[in-house]
Write a protein that binds this ligand. Structure first.
Ligand SMILES: *Cc1c(COP(=O)(O)O)cnc(C)c1O
Length: 419
């Protein structure tokens, strides 16, 4: 799909549409309802014969021009034909799945996914809609192939698994799904621009915009990107999950997000650079740091094959300090004494965010599921910000590691010497 198109070039092109009064930014369309000049247009809108592609709007939960424009930008970013935005990442993921599945259908999903997506597939959808999921180790391609049944309607994975940071082999997974005429749905929240799932073979790309794309931890938002007919179907007046469940993005939010997309490439590169340097230094101290940019990461080579090299290896690494108490001690020192970052869930913020995955964002998983996904109790997920200087942040990190007793005094001195 669109292999040779560059999302940065497409985005720059799209943004050259002026606002209503010639403003350099697109206008915010604050209306929830839209007039028709000619009464005959109204039934055409309801029958789907006229729509936003022809400049015709009906009602804000259906399509809004500002949200529609942001959807086009998200499609350009993802490299898909179309896209539409939602009030949250979960709104996007649930809408994307319900757009493909009816009661009795099945999903094959990675076992190492965001806790909310896991709860949706493991608990909510079977109980509420009779949609069952088989969870598999997504790096085990035979397991993925074997999990597909006659009822399977899609294969779902995150491009980089959360919080274990394993890379999905998107081209191979797409082949497996396509052999059975199934779409591959990829949650690319961890790696916008860095990985381009649609160019690698994915059919549908979902995003939590809340994270890197927003970049300021102030907005909850999401997007679904795919073919024009699939996205249109999500808005169907009788069966469209976005139309009927209503996870509608506010046009003011759409405008704000569109003003952040132009600097997303710069921010992704900055996150990646800082994360690579800190993880290299932690690795050199002999700590259990996991980051796809380290040559010993099990998917380092695959990452080099699949990634767009301008953006490094992403902004998230994990550090396993053994047990939850040590992790809590380290995180509270890093926040309250060193001001290195914040003890908070989420990721993609300009400052550093740290949390213990097992007791927070992956707490929806049972102990067995956590073990299967490789989430140990002392595993800290660190979303690396780009504020402050590298040496300042390294000094703070070393001091807290020393005070916690994770590293010896000698190492702290040796390390501070470079600061
Ligand atoms: C945060 C997150 C989501 C959910 O997004 P919201 O915007 O909070 O609804 C989904 N997938 C991943 C990988 C996430 O990190």
């Amino acid at each position: 799909m669109n292999e040779r198109r560059d999302p940065i070039e497409d985005l720059a092109h799209l943004r050259h549409e002026f606002g209503e009064h010639g403003g350099v930014n697109m206008s915010i369309e604050a209306s929830t309802t839209f007039t028709v000049i000619d009464p005959e247009t109204m039934p055409e809108l309801f029958e789907g014969r006229k729509g936003p592609d022809k400049g015709c709007y009906l009602y804000g939960r259906h399509f809004n021009p500002t949200v529609f424009n942001l959807g086009r930008q998200m499609a350009a970013l993802a490299g898909t034909e179309a896209g539409y935005c939602t009030a949250s990442g979960m709104g996007a993921i649930s809408g994307a799945i319900l757009g493909l599945c009816n009661a009795g259908d099945e999903v094959v999903a990675s076992s190492a996914i965001y806790g909310g997506s896991y709860a949706l597939l493991h608990d909510f959808l079977p109980a509420k809609a009779g949609i069952k999921t088989t969870f598999v180790d997504i790096t085990d391609l035979d397991a993925v192939r074997n999990a597909i049944t006659g009822q399977t309607k899609l294969v779902f994975t995150e491009s980089i698994s959360n919080p274990t940071l394993r890379l999905a082999n998107i081209p191979r997974l797409a082949d497996i799904a396509h052999e059975q005429n199934l779409p591959l749905v990829v949650d690319n929240t961890f790696s916008p621009l860095l990985l381009r799932p649609a160019a690698l073979g994915a059919d549908i790309v979902v995003h939590s915009i809340t994270k890197f794309i927003s970049g300021a931890s102030d907005i909850i938002a999401g997007a679904i990107c795919g073919s024009g007919s699939y996205i249109g179907g999500l808005m169907d007046l009788h069966m469209g999950p976005l139309m009927l469940l209503g996870p509608t993005m506010d046009p003011h939010v759409a405008s704000t997000i569109s003003l952040r997309i132009p600097h997303l490439p710069l921010r992704m590169a900055a996150h990646g650079e800082r994360a690579l340097e800190l993880s290299r230094r932690l690795d050199a101290l002999g700590l259990k740091v996991n980051y796809p940019g380290l040559p010993r990461h099990p998917d380092h080579e695959l990452f080099n094959e699949l990634r767009s090299s301008e953006y490094g290896y992403g902004g998230v690494f994990t550090l396993d300090v053994g047990d939850e108490q040590t992790a809590n001690d380290l995180m509270s020192r890093l926040q309250n004494e060193q001001r290195f970052g914040y003890l908070a869930v989420s990721l993609g913020y300009f400052d550093t965010l740290m949390s213990c995955s097992g007791s927070s964002t992956s707490s929806e998983l049972g102990d067995e599921a956590k073990a299967a996904a490789g989430i140990s109790p002392g595993l800290m997920r660190i979303s690396v910000g780009y504020t402050g200087t590298l040496e300042q942040r390294w000094g703070q990190l070393l001091a807290a590691l020393g005070d916690t007793g994770i590293i010896g005094a000698k190492k702290v001195q040796a390390g501070t010497g470079t600061a």
